[in-house]
Design a protein around this ligand. Structure first.
Ligand code: S3P
Length: 439
């Protein structure tokens, strides 16, 4: 495997065509949730296809610091849950690196414990908003302190977590999930109303673990109480990782790939709908034996894309794929508009500014809006790109080589390891040409 070291550069050359049948590593969001729920469940859960990445391993280390026995054997991860009240106080601060999902999910669980904890991250994570999680948790009785919206986050024991009715103030599955996790410890039921559809992995997994929960697009009602263990839990391939392969194939000439065993939860696959509206030849088949998460096969063929106005209702369903939509727009005929996407400014980098910089460097006309971008499709030249330390920006820049006129050199690519550690090998196996120029 190509090891991505500190400040690593990667150089991508235009491939001739892409082809292959493959699967992608386990889903990052579901892997985090699998650790968190298994650790507070009774009994042992055997997790298959856990994503072995630096982000998900931060959730794993935090569980271990909280006294949970975890055993990794090849494809299998065993987590010996200790129930809602079996965690032990951590001896040191919990360090979550670049992983926003870890920090926010653990805030939900830790705010209901009878001990204090400190949660910190790297410079990117410590600059991301955390009050959006703390405020609804405080409404439930949690004691959380931080300076100016940012980690380190200090959590103190709370007297009682109170079940109440709240409305989600931001379109964020992480915030929703933190509330649902705290709700397990509440003295009565919790009702959470929402105006947005965001990924529902926490709801589905809570259901799978036998928790009394009702959920639809507008509200989640969850009853407090212990959750059972699950003997076995299998994590589907990560749709967000598959999305890079999908776009590379659409953009490259004479290409066709098939991606198997990938998550097709409709709260994640807005990207397919957007790309199909742009003219992308993408078909999906759902596996009839899907477990608690829908999974299946995606077939993609090279396509000529046209610009569109991205429908508002698809924005939260494709939030992590919007940088890829920007790249698709850059290679499409005509203008593409993305609005209502200001959440992009709060990711591992400000992804609106990052994509404006990336596309401008590649000679594409792009206008930055407060809540989105307007992109005029054209011809992508080569160039040198900074990823801003953001894994998805680094991978988008490398995928741009599928249709660029010349080479693209991407700086600061080591964080690809946070979500897709074998990205380079996987795309090269399909026919891409990405190398570490220093090796
Ligand atoms: C995630 C939710 C999304 C997404 C992130 C993972 C999750 O973030 O961007 O990569 O696992 O719940 P928000 O909850 O901030 O929207």
């Amino acid at each position: 495997m190509t090891k991505l070291g500190t400040k690593q550069k990667l150089l991508a050359k235009k491939p001739s065509s892409l082809s292959g049948i493959l699967s992608v590593p386990g889903d990052k969001s579901i892997s985090h949730r699998a650790i968190v729920l298994s650790m507070i469940a009774h009994e042992t859960t055997r997790i298959f296809n856990f994503l072995d990445s630096t982000d998900t391993n931060k959730s794993l280390s935090a569980a271990i610091q909280l006294g949970i026995e975890c055993e990794k054997k090849g494809e299998l991860l065993k987590v010996r849950g200790k129930g809602l009240y079996g965690l032990k106080p951590p001896e040191q601060e919990l360090f979550f690196g670049n992983s926003g999902t870890s920090m926010r999910l653990f805030m939900g669980v830790l705010s209901a414990q009878k001990f204090s904890s400190t949660l910190a991250g790297d410079s990117s994570l410590n600059s991301r908003p955390m009050e959006r999680v703390a405020i609804p948790l405080r409404n439930m009785g949690a004691c959380i302190e931080m300076e100016e919206d940012h980690a380190p986050v200090q959590i103190y024991p709370s007297e009682q977590i109170i079940g109440c009715k709240q409305k989600l103030k931001v379109p964020s599955a992480q915030v929703k999930s933190a509330i649902l996790l705290a709700a397990l410890y509440a003295n009565s039921k919790t009702i959470l109303k929402t105006d947005w559809i965001t990924r529902n992995h926490t709801e589905l997994m809570l259901e799978f673990f036998g928790c009394p929960i009702n959920h639809n697009d507008k509200e989640v009602i969850i009853k407090y109480g212990e959750i059972k263990g699950r003997n076995a839990l299998t994590i589907p391939g990560d749709f967000s990782s598959a999305a890079f392969l999908i776009l590379a194939t659409l953009l490259a000439k004479n290409s066709q790939i098939i991606i198997k065993d990938v998550g097709l939860n409709p709260t994640r696959t807005g990207f397919i709908k957007i790309l199909q509206m742009m003219g992308g030849d993408i078909t999906t088949t759902i596996d009839p034996n899907s477990s608690f998460e829908i999974q299946g096969t995606i077939k993609v063929r090279s396509s000529v894309l046209r610009g569109i106005t991205v429908p508002n209702n698809l924005v939260s369903l494709s939030i992590d794929e919007l940088p890829l939509v920007c790249l698709a727009a850059a290679c499409a005929q005509g203008i593409t508009t993305i609005r209502n996407a200001s959440e992009l400014r709060f990711k591992e980098s400000d992804r609106i500014t990052a994509m404006v910089a990336l596309l401008s460097k590649l000679s594409i006309e792009v206008k930055e809006l407060k809540d989105g971008l307007v992109i005029n499709g054209g011809v992508i030249t080569g160039g040198e790109i900074d990823s801003f330390g953001d894994h998805r920006i680094a991978m988008v820049a490398l995928i741009a080589s599928a249709c660029s006129k010349s080479e693209i050199l991407v700086h600061n690519t080591e964080n690809i390891n946070t979500s897709f550690p074998n990205f380079v090998e996987t795309v090269n196996h399909l026919g891409m040409d990405i190398i570490n120029p220093d090796h």
